[in-house]
Design a protein around this ligand. Structure first.
Ligand SMILES: C[S@@+](CC[C@H](N)C(=O)[O-])C[C@H]1O[C@@H](n2cnc3c(N)ncnc32)[C@H](O)[C@@H]1O
Length: 256
């Protein structure tokens, strides 16, 4: 972006990454733990030099942790949000291990936009609850077509067990009380973080576009971990089950 004075305003991509992480951790204090287990399972099942698809990558969170741990990995990030993609592209500018694709995962043709037709691992976090179950099951079918035989898919997300309403309510009340306290101590929530992005000279334009695309947040479902594992097996994965979980969230792993 060029200003009227002909200079390009600098943007501190690392600072945006940190503030995104803090905002997401306000909702999920154990966020890094799920990434650690995800990468442990990548190493265990497909080794330390994987080609991965960072699905609904946002700022490239999974890609950053992947490359820090496995420098010979290669990553494609796919997302629809122009502001989060701007942060991702700024962060990894000049790194030829990484590329980004703008696509809507509900579009049946998004796979055709990818630079590779096959991946060792497709990884995603805190994103697929933006989709309803029916388009999500269809997406799982497309992902099964992208993962090589012996490769993996992993989804870390909010996964609710509807058979335990009292446990769910008690856990939710405790989690929200902790969030209220963290907010009093200065944590930013989703809406406040987007206000910061809208006020940034470089991110203002893409932030306005992302609100035209999504509004505040897309509407989706949070089916149980068992639902995810079953849907993945029905769509062509040989094995699928939970490999990590908290009271509200789970990491489901499927092997092709
Ligand atoms: C809460 S963010 C999580 C981003 C990142 N995985 C992380 O853990 O920080 C959810 C992401 O899902 C993306 N997303 C939601 N629905 C999508 C869709 N239909 N197509 C592409 N991306 C989508 C959003 O744009 C957003 O970047």
């Amino acid at each position: 972006m060029t200003t009227t004075t002909g200079t390009t305003p600098g943007t501190d991509w690392a600072a945006w990454q940190t503030s995104w992480d803090r905002q997401q951790e306000w909702y999920m204090p154990d966020r890094e733990e799920r990434f650690r287990v995800m990468l442990d399972m990548v190493e265990a099942l497909v080794g330390p030099e994987p080609r991965i698809l960072d699905l609904a990558c946002g700022t490239g969170t999974i890609t950053a942790r992947l490359l820090a741990r496995f420098p010979k990995a290669v990553s494609t990030g796919v997302d629809l949000d122009p502001a989060l993609l701007a942060i991702a592209e700024g962060t990894f500018d000049g790194d030829d291990r990484v590329s980004f694709v703008t696509a809507d995962l509900k579009d049946p043709d998004w796979v055709s936009l990818l630079p590779y037709d096959s991946y060792d691992a497709v990884l995603t976090a805190t994103a697929l609850h933006w989709l309803h179950s029916e388009p999500l099951a269809a997406l799982y079918g497309r992902i099964a077509g992208l993962v090589r035989d012996g490769g993996v898919f992993m989804n870390a997300d909010h996964m609710i067990d509807e058979t335990t309403p009292r446990i769910n309510a008690a856990e939710r009340a405790q989690r929200h009380a902790r969030m209220d306290q963290a907010k009093k101590d200065g944590a930013l929530d989703w809406a406040e973080w987007w206000e910061l992005a809208a006020a940034d000279p470089v991110l203002a334009g893409p932030t306005a576009r992302r609100f035209e695309i999504y509004g505040e947040h897309a509407d989706g479902d949070t089916p149980s971990a068992d639902w995810h594992a079953r849907a993945l097996r029905e769509k062509g994965f040989a094995e699928a089950r939970t490999v990590w979980r908290s009271p509200s969230d789970a990491l489901v792993l499927a092997v092709k």
